[in-house]
Design a protein around this ligand. Sequence first.
Ligand code: SF4
Ligand code: SF4
Length: 331
Amino acid sequence: MIQKAILETTPFSEKLNSSLTKKSISVLQVNLGYRCNLACSHCHVEASPRRTEELSPEVCEQIVKIIEQFPQIKIVDLTGGAPEMLFGFKPIVEAARKAQKQVIVRSNLTIYFEEGFEDIPEYCAQNKVRVIASLPCYLPDNVDKMRGKGVYNTSVLALQWLNRLGYGENPNLILDLVYNPPVPSSDNFSLTPNQISLEKDYKDFLKEHFNIQFNELLTITNLPIGRTKIHLQARQIYQPYLEFLEAHFNPDTVEYLMCKNELSIDYLGNIYDCDFNQMEKLPARTRTGEILTIAKLLEAKTLDIIEEIQTAPYCYGCTAGSGSSCGGSLL
Ligand code: SF4
Ligand code: SF4
């Protein structure tokens, strides 16, 4: 199936007419590991409660050093799995806040109700962590279908909890929601809806029914990797989905791709151009082809040693229509 995709889809680098180059690094996205209390149907990480991979104390220490030593890093973005339940979460939050970085945690919200993690909302508020929370739809059925029974109701309770702490209202306590479309089940594909109009729908519905407020909605396209890819392949629509994404390639998105100014670090300390490449095990490389680790960056005393970003057919997911990134629509 992979070979077929490569044969039938224009290689992404050819489509660009030039290589995709890195800018100066300002965002560090750390994937703390693949364990999660949920196991969502669209998860590109294929995270679940059964996964055991997580950061070691040694890699955690190296990440803290990078945060302390490079003022050019403006944002530290923590993801997983469920980052709050993985080793390194609090030490990295505290090191990054001390170094005056913006800290983002990508939260599934339900973790606040798991034993041992009930302090997380207050902890995030105290440390002014920006919470980017998954809520793939404002209606219950779609959320429970993608994420598991009861997840919508728990997410509503979590959002109300965050609101009580000032999230969504206090300008220092930012609460954003993430929309993921359902994974396609036929070849009747569509692009991710317009972010601005969908945000209005979310805001109106959540305010009216649950008195919930939040800052922004981020719409993210499902890239054909991880569980999404398995799902598409099972329905024999993996290749058509790639072709659909390529057909909607929008060159205006390229300048804003998140991989241009970020480093993605895995739980072992390996470096990638983005979290998607991390999951597909496509490592970042220096101009001499060397694979990088966080230890090598510390030794080199620079973060700017990657020239060309590694690309793959799934990059069409980031450049289709208005574009997509961990920060939502690109245009
Ligand atoms: S999508 Fe997020 S919440 Fe769902 S299994 Fe993956 S990491 Fe966990
Ligand atoms: S998947 Fe998206 S973010 Fe990652 S390298 Fe491709 S275009 Fe860049």
